[in-house]
Design a protein around this ligand. Structure first.
Ligand SMILES: NC(=O)c1ccc[n+]([C@@H]2O[C@H](COP(=O)([O-])OP(=O)(O)OC[C@H]3O[C@@H](n4cnc5c(N)ncnc54)[C@H](O)[C@@H]3O)[C@@H](O)[C@H]2O)c1
Length: 246
């Protein structure tokens, strides 16, 4: 466990999976946590469950694809907690289709949430983030593995996130560090279909012989935000049980 007392985390996609686990992990480490998600009921319930007093957790409805929502969330977080030390944009979608069948609408929806959404919230947060702060973006094994069949649009956004993160590291240093995490197959609703159809195959080609847990991504995100990673920026950490070694 890391010590994040007096620190503030803004996490998107906080209703489910990795974003939710990250919110829970940072809260246990003492941080104040602002939860943003399209699913406002679930983040409101999580906020009430984590901190019934409401002193260290707040939530808000947020659509990653709208730059105006990024502004509302960043403003609300600063107004509620006074600062933003850590930004973790986890909101994402994982549609499935062969490239030749992807419609303009499907392509643009994935770009909108997975790529534009990260840009909007990062751009909005940069001026108000504390000195010594950290951004951790969510990439994916799909950005490294040499393609991801039926997820061409998804993989394209995640490859872009790697390049975007490296530029962020150069532009924001030394004030703010920016890194990425590339999860392998992590047991969340996002990949429930993959697990159902080829879970055994995924596990059999993973040296650690299992799927990952969202908490195992949250702990790496926490490491990247912590002083233990004070000289790490522009880096991507693969967390995949050895399924892909970069
Ligand atoms: N689960 C995995 O195996 C895996 C692997 C690699 C990368 N990732 C990445 O990790 C991140 C989190 O994924 P997860 O597995 O926790 O997924 P998840 O489906 O469990 O959670 C995604 C969350 O994003 C929210 N969301 C979706 N669209 C939104 C929008 N337009 N605006 C705001 N919120 C929105 C959903 O409501 C949900 O709470 C994503 O960026 C994903 O691409 C996941």
């Amino acid at each position: 466990m890391f010590e994040f007392a007096e620190k503030v985390l803004l996490v998107t996609g906080a209703a489910s999976g990795i974003g939710r686990a990250t919110a829970e992990y940072f809260f246990k480490c003492g941080a104040s946590v602002f939860l943003a998600d399209l699913n406002s009921n679930v983040v409101a319930e999580l906020a009430a469950k984590l901190d019934p007093t409401g002193s260290r957790v707040a939530s808000m409805k947020y659509d990653a694809g709208h730059s105006t929502d990024a502004k509302s969330v960043v403003d609300a977080c600063v107004s509620r907690f006074g600062e933003i030390d850590f930004l973790v944009p986890c909101a994402g979608i994982y549609d499935e289709n062969l490239i030749e069948n992807i419609s303009d609408e499907q392509w643009l929806r994935t770009m909108s949430v997975n790529l534009n959404g990260v840009f909007y919230i990062v751009r909005q947060a940069i001026p108000v983030m504390s000195d010594g702060g950290a951004i951790v973006n969510m990439a994916s094994q799909a950005a490294h593995l040499g393609g991801s069949i039926t997820h061409g649009h998804y993989g394209a956004t995640k490859g872009a996130i790697l390049a975007f993160t490296r530029t962020l590291a150069k532009e924001l240093g030394p004030r703010i560090r920016a890194n990425a995490v590339s999860p392998g197959s992590i047991e969340t609703p996002m990949i429930s279909r993959n697990i159902a159809t080829r879970g055994e195959e995924i596990v059999s080609r993973t040296p650690l012989r299992r799927l990952g847990k969202p908490e195992e991504i949250a702990s790496v995100i926490a490491f990247l935000c912590s002083d233990a990673a004070s000289f790490v920026t522009g880096e991507t950490i693969l967390v995949n049980g050895g399924a892909y070694m970069g």
